[in-house]
Ligand binder design. Structure first.
Ligand SMILES: NC(=O)c1ccc[n+]([C@@H]2O[C@H](COP(=O)([O-])OP(=O)(O)OC[C@H]3O[C@@H](n4cnc5c(N)ncnc54)[C@H](OP(=O)(O)O)[C@@H]3O)[C@@H](O)[C@H]2O)c1
Length: 347
Protein backbone atom coordinates (compact mmCIF):
# COMPACT_ATOMS: atom_id res chain seq x y z
CA UNK A 1 0.00 0.00 0.00
CA UNK A 2 1.46 3.40 -0.99
CA UNK A 3 1.87 6.04 1.71
CA UNK A 4 -0.20 9.18 1.26
CA UNK A 5 0.34 12.83 2.03
CA UNK A 6 -1.68 16.05 2.14
CA UNK A 7 -1.33 19.08 -0.06
CA UNK A 8 -3.25 22.35 0.12
CA UNK A 9 -4.63 23.41 -3.23
CA UNK A 10 -6.21 26.66 -4.37
CA UNK A 11 -9.93 25.89 -4.70
CA UNK A 12 -10.96 29.28 -6.17
CA UNK A 13 -9.11 32.45 -7.00
CA UNK A 14 -9.44 35.44 -4.70
CA UNK A 15 -10.85 38.32 -6.76
CA UNK A 16 -9.64 41.86 -6.31
CA UNK A 17 -11.19 43.45 -3.22
CA UNK A 18 -11.96 40.16 -1.53
CA UNK A 19 -10.35 39.07 1.73
CA UNK A 20 -8.43 35.80 1.54
CA UNK A 21 -9.91 33.11 3.80
CA UNK A 22 -9.62 29.35 4.38
CA UNK A 23 -12.69 28.90 2.09
CA UNK A 24 -10.44 29.54 -0.88
CA UNK A 25 -8.39 26.42 -0.24
CA UNK A 26 -8.90 22.70 0.21
CA UNK A 27 -6.80 19.74 1.27
CA UNK A 28 -6.12 16.97 -1.21
CA UNK A 29 -4.71 13.52 -0.33
CA UNK A 30 -2.25 12.00 -2.79
CA UNK A 31 0.12 9.01 -2.79
CA UNK A 32 3.73 9.96 -2.01
CA UNK A 33 5.58 9.74 -5.33
CA UNK A 34 8.72 7.62 -5.68
CA UNK A 35 11.80 9.70 -6.42
CA UNK A 36 13.88 8.96 -9.51
CA UNK A 37 17.59 9.49 -10.20
CA UNK A 38 18.53 13.15 -9.62
CA UNK A 39 15.66 13.84 -7.20
CA UNK A 40 15.21 14.08 -3.43
CA UNK A 41 12.17 13.80 -1.17
CA UNK A 42 11.78 16.64 1.33
CA UNK A 43 9.74 16.98 4.50
CA UNK A 44 8.86 20.68 4.90
CA UNK A 45 9.28 21.72 8.55
CA UNK A 46 8.35 25.39 8.50
CA UNK A 47 6.42 27.46 5.98
CA UNK A 48 6.76 31.20 5.61
CA UNK A 49 3.49 33.12 5.24
CA UNK A 50 4.05 36.26 3.19
CA UNK A 51 2.03 39.30 2.09
CA UNK A 52 3.16 38.86 -1.53
CA UNK A 53 1.18 35.60 -1.63
CA UNK A 54 -2.03 37.65 -1.71
CA UNK A 55 -0.98 39.33 -4.96
CA UNK A 56 -0.47 35.89 -6.56
CA UNK A 57 -3.98 34.74 -5.61
CA UNK A 58 -5.91 36.96 -7.97
CA UNK A 59 -3.94 35.84 -11.01
CA UNK A 60 -1.63 38.89 -11.29
CA UNK A 61 1.12 38.07 -13.75
CA UNK A 62 3.32 41.17 -13.44
CA UNK A 63 4.98 39.82 -10.28
CA UNK A 64 8.40 38.27 -9.78
CA UNK A 65 6.77 34.94 -8.87
CA UNK A 66 4.44 32.71 -10.89
CA UNK A 67 0.75 33.19 -9.96
CA UNK A 68 -1.19 30.51 -8.13
CA UNK A 69 -3.45 28.36 -10.32
CA UNK A 70 -6.89 27.10 -9.30
CA UNK A 71 -6.77 23.33 -8.77
CA UNK A 72 -3.00 23.34 -8.27
CA UNK A 73 -1.03 23.25 -4.99
CA UNK A 74 -0.25 26.44 -3.17
CA UNK A 75 3.46 27.07 -2.66
CA UNK A 76 5.68 29.37 -0.68
CA UNK A 77 9.04 29.82 0.92
CA UNK A 78 9.79 27.00 3.37
CA UNK A 79 12.52 25.13 5.24
CA UNK A 80 12.60 21.38 4.68
CA UNK A 81 14.62 18.33 5.65
CA UNK A 82 15.96 15.91 3.03
CA UNK A 83 14.53 12.51 3.95
CA UNK A 84 15.31 10.46 0.82
CA UNK A 85 17.80 11.29 -1.86
CA UNK A 86 19.01 10.11 -5.22
CA UNK A 87 21.27 13.07 -5.85
CA UNK A 88 24.71 13.75 -4.30
CA UNK A 89 23.83 17.46 -4.11
CA UNK A 90 21.15 16.97 -1.44
CA UNK A 91 22.37 14.91 1.48
CA UNK A 92 20.03 12.98 3.69
CA UNK A 93 19.16 14.74 6.95
CA UNK A 94 20.32 18.15 5.74
CA UNK A 95 18.14 21.27 5.85
CA UNK A 96 17.30 23.24 2.74
CA UNK A 97 15.30 26.33 1.93
CA UNK A 98 13.31 26.99 -1.22
CA UNK A 99 9.87 27.61 -2.68
CA UNK A 100 7.97 24.42 -2.03
CA UNK A 101 4.37 23.23 -2.29
CA UNK A 102 2.19 23.50 0.79
CA UNK A 103 2.43 19.74 1.38
CA UNK A 104 3.62 17.11 3.85
CA UNK A 105 6.23 15.93 1.34
CA UNK A 106 7.81 17.52 -1.71
CA UNK A 107 9.89 16.05 -4.54
CA UNK A 108 12.70 18.35 -5.62
CA UNK A 109 15.82 18.52 -7.77
CA UNK A 110 18.97 20.57 -7.19
CA UNK A 111 18.51 23.92 -8.90
CA UNK A 112 20.51 27.09 -9.21
CA UNK A 113 17.52 29.42 -9.50
CA UNK A 114 16.27 31.57 -6.60
CA UNK A 115 13.39 29.18 -5.84
CA UNK A 116 15.29 25.90 -5.76
CA UNK A 117 16.54 24.07 -2.67
CA UNK A 118 19.44 25.92 -1.07
CA UNK A 119 21.35 24.37 1.85
CA UNK A 120 20.94 26.08 5.22
CA UNK A 121 23.73 26.54 7.74
CA UNK A 122 23.38 23.45 10.00
CA UNK A 123 24.47 25.62 12.97
CA UNK A 124 21.44 27.92 12.65
CA UNK A 125 19.84 28.56 16.06
CA UNK A 126 16.36 27.77 14.81
CA UNK A 127 15.61 26.63 11.22
CA UNK A 128 12.69 29.06 10.88
CA UNK A 129 15.17 31.93 11.30
CA UNK A 130 16.14 31.14 7.69
CA UNK A 131 12.67 32.46 6.77
CA UNK A 132 12.87 35.34 9.21
CA UNK A 133 15.90 37.33 10.30
CA UNK A 134 18.31 35.52 7.91
CA UNK A 135 15.69 35.24 5.17
CA UNK A 136 14.06 37.65 2.76
CA UNK A 137 12.38 39.78 5.43
CA UNK A 138 15.57 40.21 7.48
CA UNK A 139 17.50 41.04 4.31
CA UNK A 140 14.82 43.51 3.22
CA UNK A 141 15.14 45.24 6.58
CA UNK A 142 18.94 45.15 6.53
CA UNK A 143 19.54 46.55 3.05
CA UNK A 144 16.59 48.92 3.33
CA UNK A 145 17.88 50.52 6.52
CA UNK A 146 21.63 50.35 5.94
CA UNK A 147 22.29 50.56 2.21
CA UNK A 148 19.25 52.36 0.83
CA UNK A 149 18.18 54.62 3.72
CA UNK A 150 21.67 54.92 5.22
CA UNK A 151 20.01 55.69 8.52
CA UNK A 152 22.01 58.08 10.69
CA UNK A 153 22.39 58.55 14.45
CA UNK A 154 19.84 61.01 15.84
CA UNK A 155 17.45 60.78 12.89
CA UNK A 156 13.73 60.38 13.50
CA UNK A 157 12.53 57.26 11.72
CA UNK A 158 8.93 56.11 11.23
CA UNK A 159 8.42 52.43 10.44
CA UNK A 160 5.05 51.03 9.33
CA UNK A 161 4.09 47.44 10.20
CA UNK A 162 6.84 47.81 12.81
CA UNK A 163 5.76 44.74 14.77
CA UNK A 164 5.82 42.56 11.64
CA UNK A 165 8.63 40.45 10.31
CA UNK A 166 10.40 43.06 8.19
CA UNK A 167 9.42 46.01 10.37
CA UNK A 168 10.58 44.51 13.66
CA UNK A 169 14.06 43.82 12.26
CA UNK A 170 14.20 47.22 10.53
CA UNK A 171 13.19 48.91 13.79
CA UNK A 172 15.93 47.16 15.74
CA UNK A 173 18.57 48.01 13.12
CA UNK A 174 17.52 51.67 13.25
CA UNK A 175 17.92 51.56 17.05
CA UNK A 176 21.36 49.93 16.72
CA UNK A 177 22.30 52.83 14.42
CA UNK A 178 21.20 55.37 17.04
CA UNK A 179 17.98 56.64 15.48
CA UNK A 180 14.84 57.75 17.32
CA UNK A 181 12.33 55.13 16.20
CA UNK A 182 8.56 55.51 15.98
CA UNK A 183 6.93 52.16 15.22
CA UNK A 184 3.38 51.89 13.89
CA UNK A 185 1.14 48.92 14.57
CA UNK A 186 -2.50 48.08 15.22
CA UNK A 187 -2.82 46.60 18.71
CA UNK A 188 -1.85 47.65 22.21
CA UNK A 189 -0.18 44.26 22.80
CA UNK A 190 2.06 44.75 19.77
CA UNK A 191 2.83 48.35 20.74
CA UNK A 192 3.98 47.10 24.14
CA UNK A 193 6.32 44.62 22.43
CA UNK A 194 7.78 47.49 20.39
CA UNK A 195 8.47 49.88 23.28
CA UNK A 196 9.12 47.17 25.90
CA UNK A 197 10.90 44.16 24.43
CA UNK A 198 12.41 45.91 21.39
CA UNK A 199 13.17 49.27 23.05
CA UNK A 200 11.63 51.55 20.42
CA UNK A 201 11.14 55.16 21.45
CA UNK A 202 7.44 55.34 20.54
CA UNK A 203 4.74 53.03 19.22
CA UNK A 204 1.61 54.53 17.69
CA UNK A 205 -1.74 53.14 16.60
CA UNK A 206 -1.88 54.13 12.94
CA UNK A 207 -5.66 53.56 12.97
CA UNK A 208 -6.28 56.11 15.77
CA UNK A 209 -8.40 59.07 14.69
CA UNK A 210 -5.78 61.50 15.97
CA UNK A 211 -2.81 59.54 14.57
CA UNK A 212 -1.61 62.50 12.47
CA UNK A 213 -1.66 64.79 15.56
CA UNK A 214 0.17 62.21 17.67
CA UNK A 215 2.89 61.89 15.04
CA UNK A 216 3.19 65.69 14.74
CA UNK A 217 3.61 66.10 18.47
CA UNK A 218 6.44 63.53 18.58
CA UNK A 219 8.15 64.75 15.41
CA UNK A 220 7.21 68.45 15.01
CA UNK A 221 9.64 68.92 12.12
CA UNK A 222 8.47 65.74 10.42
CA UNK A 223 10.29 62.39 10.28
CA UNK A 224 13.68 62.30 8.54
CA UNK A 225 13.02 58.81 7.21
CA UNK A 226 9.90 56.76 6.59
CA UNK A 227 10.40 53.00 6.10
CA UNK A 228 7.25 52.16 4.18
CA UNK A 229 5.92 48.59 4.18
CA UNK A 230 2.24 49.52 3.93
CA UNK A 231 1.48 52.23 1.34
CA UNK A 232 -2.04 53.58 0.78
CA UNK A 233 -3.58 56.34 2.90
CA UNK A 234 -1.25 55.75 5.87
CA UNK A 235 1.78 56.60 3.77
CA UNK A 236 0.05 59.73 2.46
CA UNK A 237 -0.59 60.90 6.03
CA UNK A 238 3.06 60.40 6.95
CA UNK A 239 4.52 61.91 3.79
CA UNK A 240 2.32 64.98 4.26
CA UNK A 241 4.32 65.74 7.46
CA UNK A 242 7.77 65.12 5.98
CA UNK A 243 9.98 67.94 4.70
CA UNK A 244 12.95 68.04 2.34
CA UNK A 245 15.56 66.47 2.62
CA UNK A 246 13.49 63.68 4.23
CA UNK A 247 13.28 60.36 2.42
CA UNK A 248 10.98 57.41 2.03
CA UNK A 249 12.37 53.91 1.60
CA UNK A 250 9.63 51.73 0.21
CA UNK A 251 9.77 47.95 0.67
CA UNK A 252 6.13 46.95 0.20
CA UNK A 253 2.54 48.16 -0.03
CA UNK A 254 0.56 45.57 1.94
CA UNK A 255 -2.48 47.83 2.39
CA UNK A 256 -3.06 47.69 -1.39
CA UNK A 257 -2.49 44.01 -2.14
CA UNK A 258 -6.16 42.99 -2.13
CA UNK A 259 -7.06 45.66 -4.68
CA UNK A 260 -5.76 45.07 -8.20
CA UNK A 261 -6.74 48.59 -9.27
CA UNK A 262 -4.78 50.32 -6.52
CA UNK A 263 -2.01 47.77 -5.92
CA UNK A 264 1.37 49.48 -5.88
CA UNK A 265 -0.19 52.82 -6.81
CA UNK A 266 1.51 55.73 -5.06
CA UNK A 267 0.09 59.25 -5.01
CA UNK A 268 3.13 61.49 -5.54
CA UNK A 269 1.48 64.75 -4.42
CA UNK A 270 3.37 65.02 -1.10
CA UNK A 271 6.58 63.67 -2.63
CA UNK A 272 6.36 66.52 -5.13
CA UNK A 273 5.09 69.29 -2.83
CA UNK A 274 7.43 68.51 0.07
CA UNK A 275 10.48 67.69 -2.07
CA UNK A 276 10.89 64.17 -0.71
CA UNK A 277 13.17 61.48 -2.03
CA UNK A 278 11.22 58.24 -2.60
CA UNK A 279 13.21 55.08 -3.22
CA UNK A 280 11.67 51.69 -3.79
CA UNK A 281 13.83 48.62 -3.74
CA UNK A 282 13.85 44.92 -3.16
CA UNK A 283 16.70 42.90 -1.65
CA UNK A 284 17.51 40.80 -4.73
CA UNK A 285 19.29 43.95 -5.95
CA UNK A 286 21.89 43.26 -3.26
CA UNK A 287 22.18 39.49 -3.72
CA UNK A 288 25.99 39.60 -3.95
CA UNK A 289 26.12 41.09 -0.46
CA UNK A 290 23.73 38.64 1.23
CA UNK A 291 26.42 36.51 2.96
CA UNK A 292 27.96 39.59 4.58
CA UNK A 293 24.53 40.81 5.68
CA UNK A 294 23.59 37.43 7.18
CA UNK A 295 26.88 37.40 9.08
CA UNK A 296 26.18 40.82 10.59
CA UNK A 297 22.58 39.87 11.40
CA UNK A 298 23.90 36.72 13.12
CA UNK A 299 26.27 38.81 15.23
CA UNK A 300 23.41 41.07 16.28
CA UNK A 301 21.18 38.09 17.14
CA UNK A 302 24.01 36.45 19.12
CA UNK A 303 24.71 39.65 21.05
CA UNK A 304 20.99 40.19 21.77
CA UNK A 305 20.92 43.46 19.80
CA UNK A 306 18.29 41.90 17.52
CA UNK A 307 15.49 39.71 18.78
CA UNK A 308 13.80 37.79 15.97
CA UNK A 309 10.08 37.56 16.74
CA UNK A 310 7.82 34.80 15.45
CA UNK A 311 4.15 33.87 15.55
CA UNK A 312 3.87 30.12 15.09
CA UNK A 313 0.82 28.21 13.94
CA UNK A 314 0.97 24.43 13.96
CA UNK A 315 0.00 22.01 11.21
CA UNK A 316 -0.06 22.08 7.42
CA UNK A 317 -3.79 22.74 7.39
CA UNK A 318 -3.26 25.96 9.40
CA UNK A 319 -1.65 27.60 6.38
CA UNK A 320 -4.85 29.10 4.88
CA UNK A 321 -5.85 30.52 8.25
CA UNK A 322 -2.31 31.84 8.80
CA UNK A 323 -2.49 33.75 5.51
CA UNK A 324 -5.85 35.23 6.49
CA UNK A 325 -4.48 36.11 9.96
CA UNK A 326 -1.47 37.92 8.44
CA UNK A 327 -3.83 40.38 6.75
CA UNK A 328 -5.77 40.78 10.01
CA UNK A 329 -2.53 41.79 11.74
CA UNK A 330 -2.58 38.78 14.08
CA UNK A 331 1.15 38.15 13.80
CA UNK A 332 3.94 39.62 15.89
CA UNK A 333 7.16 39.13 13.93
CA UNK A 334 7.38 36.46 11.27
CA UNK A 335 4.25 34.39 10.62
CA UNK A 336 5.39 30.77 10.30
CA UNK A 337 3.48 27.50 10.15
CA UNK A 338 5.29 24.49 11.57
CA UNK A 339 4.53 20.97 10.34
CA UNK A 340 2.78 19.00 13.06
CA UNK A 341 5.05 16.62 14.93
CA UNK A 342 8.06 18.69 13.94
CA UNK A 343 7.63 21.56 16.40
CA UNK A 344 10.34 20.03 18.59
CA UNK A 345 12.78 20.01 15.68
CA UNK A 346 12.26 23.73 15.24
CA UNK A 347 13.40 24.76 18.72
N1 LIG B 1 10.56 43.62 -1.39
C1 LIG B 1 10.69 42.44 -0.81
O1 LIG B 1 11.44 41.56 -1.24
C2 LIG B 1 9.92 42.21 0.45
C3 LIG B 1 10.28 41.17 1.29
C4 LIG B 1 9.56 41.00 2.45
C5 LIG B 1 8.49 41.84 2.72
N2 LIG B 1 8.17 42.84 1.87
C6 LIG B 1 7.02 43.72 2.11
O2 LIG B 1 7.12 44.26 3.42
C7 LIG B 1 5.82 44.37 3.99
C8 LIG B 1 5.75 43.56 5.29
O3 LIG B 1 5.94 42.19 4.97
P1 LIG B 1 6.22 41.12 6.12
O4 LIG B 1 6.45 39.82 5.46
O5 LIG B 1 7.26 41.65 7.04
O6 LIG B 1 4.80 41.06 6.83
P2 LIG B 1 4.46 41.41 8.35
O7 LIG B 1 4.75 42.85 8.54
O8 LIG B 1 5.11 40.43 9.24
O9 LIG B 1 2.91 41.10 8.43
C9 LIG B 1 1.95 41.89 7.82
C10 LIG B 1 1.46 43.00 8.76
O10 LIG B 1 0.99 44.05 7.96
C11 LIG B 1 0.05 44.79 8.70
N3 LIG B 1 -1.10 45.03 7.83
C12 LIG B 1 -1.90 44.14 7.25
N4 LIG B 1 -2.83 44.74 6.50
C13 LIG B 1 -2.60 46.07 6.64
C14 LIG B 1 -3.22 47.25 6.12
N5 LIG B 1 -4.27 47.18 5.29
N6 LIG B 1 -2.70 48.45 6.49
C15 LIG B 1 -1.65 48.54 7.30
N7 LIG B 1 -1.02 47.46 7.82
C16 LIG B 1 -1.50 46.26 7.48
C17 LIG B 1 -0.35 43.96 9.92
O11 LIG B 1 0.26 44.54 11.06
P3 LIG B 1 -0.49 45.63 11.99
O12 LIG B 1 -1.08 44.87 13.13
O13 LIG B 1 0.59 46.54 12.41
O14 LIG B 1 -1.55 46.27 11.15
C18 LIG B 1 0.29 42.60 9.63
O15 LIG B 1 0.70 41.96 10.80
C19 LIG B 1 4.85 43.91 2.92
O16 LIG B 1 4.40 45.02 2.20
C20 LIG B 1 5.68 43.01 2.05
O17 LIG B 1 5.20 42.90 0.75
C21 LIG B 1 8.86 43.04 0.75
Amino acid sequence: MSRSYRTIILKKSVPSGQTVSPDHFETRILPIPKIVEGEALLRPLAFSVDPCQRTLLSGATDTMLPPYVVGRPMFGSAVARVIETRTPDLTIGSLVQGWFDWADYVVTRPSKDDMGPTPIDPQIEKPSYALNVYGITGLTAYFGMIEVAQVQRGETVVISSAAGSTGSIASQIAKIRGAKVIGLTSTQAKREVLTGQLGLDYALDYRAEDFADQLRSIAPNGPDLYFDAVGGQLSQTIMQQMRRPARVVEVGQISTYADDEKAWTVNITHIHMNGLRFEGYQPLLFIDQWPKAVQELQEWVNSGAIQPLETEMIGLESLPRALEALFEGQNTGKMVVLAEGDEQLMH
